[in-house]
Design a protein around this ligand. Structure first.
Ligand code: NAD
Length: 508
């Protein structure tokens, strides 16, 4: 086992991985156009491999296969227990491949291997969780009306659903959508982020191995403006679950209007973390550092704005500086690496331009140091923007990198106002030992999710999602299966002879 892992790691670092095809109707196929695109390694900026570039015609093929599988294949007619056997089998196969998927994910995204391993294991749990949930809780309601009627509901899958995912935590986010979509009986087209196709391809291999009927699950790699846009516009696709940037979400909502699709939007964030003077400062420090520098800062719920009470500000900032200087920057394949390279050159340039902007806006910038030997990668060192003011662009716009803006506050009212003075509303974190105050802040901050004295941990049963420009709808828990991937069908049945008005009936 140890040898295997080492071999895989060596292969991943030194060799090109296999080229990737589309997965349509149970087959790995080239794109109809024969085109493919380069997949670049963020650590070396060398080509990892080539990815088949799906476009409209490939989406059309995948949708036709998924529609046929939904309407005429065995998936829809299968007993729940049998369908769930497939879902559990997918989870088991993921477990067997955790190390391989984690390596592929790190190779593709630059995320440190110590972090991708956990994410991949969560992917397996997503399938188990939704299998259990569908088996135990996906049932309707019944309302007897006196002795005349029973009204009842059953929850039906939608049909063909499109899942569009980003590059920042690919496998976790993909399985987070694929698991409830399949468990509830839909058929699926997954359009993964074009910068992170490897683990999605592995998921296709696993689902293929699990033996799901043809057409139930399909993966079309490609770009948003072509493959993604066609999936959104396709009349036979009933719903789009999207995770990505706010601006993309808004385009998708517009483009899905003509075909009246149901959409779910998990979008960007600029979340506040507020530290009061009575907080457990050591734990708040751990959480603040982890919350922005894990995942290379490419995390939707990251605490990009940290508000420090003026009485603890100086002390907290010196501790932040010490930690930032010590964060281990390096090869994502090295298990001791804490911060890896950003996903691509374009994003790297964007994040760096925000750091320059911060200087122009009046921030003092404090950074770790990128070691000389890894300079070929897209490394942005962990960065603190000190003396930040909430109205600065660097506090208002999502940077999506290892960059923490540090702000000062004095009163509760002032910090609530500043925390809310931003277009986003995904997450928020408050650190205080005054629990009443913790709850007050949690109620007052406009965000879909607030953690009190905690970092970003959550139970799969609880809903996940943002408000304002951070999203519409919720994923997770029963929201995914009742509110999104199924819809209630209402059945009214007469059990007595109730009154029916007799229009047009003449008395004899
Ligand atoms: P992105 O919006 O650029 O791309 C996401 C996906 O949308 C990709 O698969 C892309 O190809 C596709 N796409 C792009 N244009 C499209 C179009 N016109 N039609 C259909 N599909 C299209 O996002 P990204 O840069 O990949 O990801 C980073 C963003 O995702 C950040 O803003 C981050 O906050 C957000 N995010 C949010 C959550 C959440 O749960 N709220 C989780 C992770 C990431």
């Amino acid at each position: 086992m140890q040898k295997n892992m080492t071999e895989l790691r060596v292969q991943a670092v030194h060799k090109r991985v296999e080229d990737v095809k589309l997965y349509i109707n149970g087959q790995f196929v080239d794109a109809e156009s024969g085109m493919s695109f380069e997949n670049i390694n963020p650590f070396t900026n060398q080509i990892n491999n080539y990815i088949a570039e799906g476009r409209s015609e490939d989406i059309d093929k995948a949708v036709a296969a998924a529609k046929e599988a939904f309407e005429n294949g065995p998936w829809g007619k299968m007993k729940i227990e049998q369908r769930m056997k497939y879902i559990y089998r997918i989870a088991d196969l993921i477990d067997e491949a955790v190390e391989e998927i984690a390596i592929l994910e790190s190779l593709d995204t630059g995320l440190p291997i110590s972090q991708t391993r956990n994410q991949v294991s969560r992917g397996a749990e997503n399938f188990r969780f939704y299998a259990r949930m569908v088996q135990t809780t996906l049932h309707g309601e019944a309302y007897p009306m006196d002795h005349e009627f029973i009204n009842y509901t059953i929850y039906k899958p939608l049909g063909v659903v499109g899942l569009i995912t980003p590059w920042n935590a690919p496998f976790m986010l993909e399985t987070w959508k694929v698991a409830p979509a399949l468990a509830t009986g839909n058929t699926v087209i997954l359009k993964p982020g074009e910068l992170s196709p490897l683990s999605a391809n592995k998921l296709a291999e696993i689902i293929d191995k699990a033996g799901l009927p043809e057409g139930v699950f399909n993966v079309v790699h490609g770009f948003g403006e072509t493959a993604g846009a066609r999936l959104v516009a396709h009349p036979d696709v009933r719903a789009i679950s999207f995770t990505g940037e706010t601006t993309t979400g808004s385009i998708i909502i517009k483009n899905s209007a003509d075909s009246l699709k149901k959409t779910s939007m998990e979008l960007g964030g600029k979340s506040p973390l507020i530290v009061f003077e009575d907080a457990d400062l050591e734990r708040a420090l751990d959480a603040a550092i982890w919350g922005i520098f894990s995942f290379n800062g490419e995390r939707c719920t990251s605490n990009a704005r940290v508000f420090l009470h003026k009485n603890i500000k100086d002390q907290f900032i010196s501790a932040l500086k010490e930690r930032v200087a010590n964060i281990k920057i390096g090869d994502p394949m090295d298990p001791s690496t804490e911060l890896g390279p950003l996903i691509g050159k374009e994003h790297f340039n964007k994040v760096r331009s925000y750091i320059e902007l911060a200087k122009e806006e009046g921030c003092e910038v404090f950074q770790g140091v990128v070691p000389e030997e890894v300079k070929a990668g897209n490394f942005v060192p962990p960065t603190l923007l000190l003396n930040a003011k909430n109205e600065m662009r660097v506090c208002q716009e999502e940077i999506f990198g290892p960059v923490m803006a540090v702000l000062e506050f004095e009163t509760e009212e002032e910090v609530i106002k500043a925390a809310n003075d931003v277009k986003y509303g995904l997450a928020g974190f408050v650190w205080t030992n005054d629990l009443k105050r913790g709850h007050r802040i949690a109620h007052a901050v406009d965000a879909g999710m607030i953690w009190i004295n905690a970092q970003n941990v959550r139970d799969l049963r609880i809903p996940f999602g943002g408000t304002k420009a951070s999203g519409i709808g919720r994923e997770g828990g029963h929201y995914a299966i009742f509110e999104f991937y199924t819809e209630p069908k209402i059945i009214h049945v007469a059990i007595g002879n109730h009154h029916i008005p007799q229009f047009g009936k003449r008395k004899k």
